[in-house]
Design a protein around this ligand. Structure first.
Ligand SMILES: NC(=O)C1=CN([C@@H]2O[C@H](COP(=O)(O)OP(=O)(O)OC[C@H]3O[C@@H](n4cnc5c(N)ncnc54)[C@H](OP(=O)(O)O)[C@@H]3O)[C@@H](O)[C@H]2O)C=CC1
Ligand SMILES: CCc1nc(N)nc(N)c1C#CCc1cc(OC)cc(-c2ccc3c(c2)OCO3)c1
Length: 200
C-alpha cells in the first residue's frame, strides 16, 4: 500500500510544533487538510484513512475528533496489536498492524488513500519508509520569530535528495479539480503554499 504524508511546516527549518501543539492556526490550511484527506473518487463505496501518533490524537480538540468521514488510526506502543474502538477509530501498536487492518477486504467501504497526519516521531520514521510515495507539504514562511520546538527531519533541500517537488498541475491532479489551490495564501504573520513531492 502507498502512504501520503500530509504536513504543514515553517521554512527553512521545517518546524511543525511547539509544546505539543501547532505553532499556528491557519483557517484555510485546516480546510485544505480536511478537503484533501476526505476526498475520494466514489463516496458511497470508498473512504480514506488518516494515521496519527498518540500525541497528535491527544492534541486534536475533543470536539474535532475523530476526524469525520475518515477512518482514524491512532498508533501507540501501549495499545494491543489492533483494536476497533468505534466504527471509525482504530488503535494499533505499529504501522504494519494498522496497514494490515486497512488492507483487509471486509470493510463496508474500501480504503482509497492512506494519509499520515502526524506528528514528528511518525513523520520522521516514515519519510524513509519505501511505502511513503507522496508528501503533501504546506510550505509556510514568515518574517516574525515563531516559537517552534519540533521539526521534520526531511532531506528535501539537500542537493542529493531523492524527493522532487512536483508542478502545481501535478498537485492539482492529485487532489482533484474540486479543490481550489490558491498561491501565496496570507493569514496573520504567515504566507504559505501547498506543494506535492514524490520520490525520484
Ligand atoms: N504542522 C503539522 O502539520 C502537524 C504538527 N503536529 C505537531 O507534532 C507534535 C507531535 O509530534 P510528536 O510529539 O512526535 O508525537 P506523535 O504525534 O508523533 O506521537 C508520538 C507517539 O506515537 C506513538 N508512536 C510513535 N511511533 C510509533 C510506532 N512506530 N509504533 C507505535 N506507536 C508509535 C507513541 O505513542 P506511545 O507513547 O503511547 O507509545 C509515541 O509516543 C505536536 O507539536 C503537534 O502539534 C502534529 C500533526 C501535524
Ligand atoms: C490541520 C493542520 C494540518 N495541516 C496539514 N497540512 N497537515 C496536517 N497533518 C495537519 C494536521 C493535523 C492534526 C491536527 C492537530 C491539531 O492540533 C495539534 C488540530 C487539528 C484539527 C483538526 C480539525 C480541525 C481543527 C484542528 O480545527 C477545526 O477542525 C488537527
Amino acid at each position: 500500500p502507498s502512504i501520503s504524508l500530509v504536513v504543514a511546516a515553517l521554512k527553512p527549518n521545517l518546524g511543525i510544533g511547539y509544546q505539543g501543539k501547532m505553532p499556528w492556526r491557519l483557517r484555510k490550511e485546516i480546510k485544505y487538510f480536511k478537503d484533501v484527506t476526505c476526498k475520494v473518487s466514489n463516496p458511497t463505496s470508498q473512504i480514506n484513512a488518516v494515521i496519527m501518533g498518540r500525541k497528535t490524537w491527544e492534541s486534536i480538540p475533543k470536539k474535532f475528533r475523530p476526524l469525520p468521514d475518515r477512518i482514524n488510526v491512532v498508533l501507540s506502543r501501549g495499545f494491543p496489536t489492533c483494536e476497533v474502538i468505534e466504527e471509525n477509530i482504530i488503535h494499533a501498536n505499529s504501522l504494519d498492524e494498522s496497514l494490515k487492518y486497512l488492507s483487509k477486504s471486509d470493510h463496508n467501504r474500501s480504503i482509497e488513500r492512506i494519509f499520515v497526519i502526524g506528528g514528528a516521531e511518525i513523520y520522521n520514521t516514515l519519510i524513509d519508509d519505501p511505502r511513503t510515495s507522496h508528501l503533501l507539504l504546506t510550505e509556510i514562511e514568515t518574517d516574525k520569530e515563531i516559537p517552534v520546538d519540533t521539526y521534520l527531519k526531511f532531506p528535501l533541500y539537500d542537493e542529493n535528495t531523492s524527493w522532487i517537488k512536483q508542478s502545481k498541475q501535478e498537485l492539482q491532479s492529485f487532489v482533484g479539480d474540486e479543490i481550489i489551490l490558491e498561491d501565496d495564501i496570507k493569514e496573520g504573520d504567515f504566507v504559505y503554499n501547498y506543494t506535492l513531492w514524490k520520490r525520484k
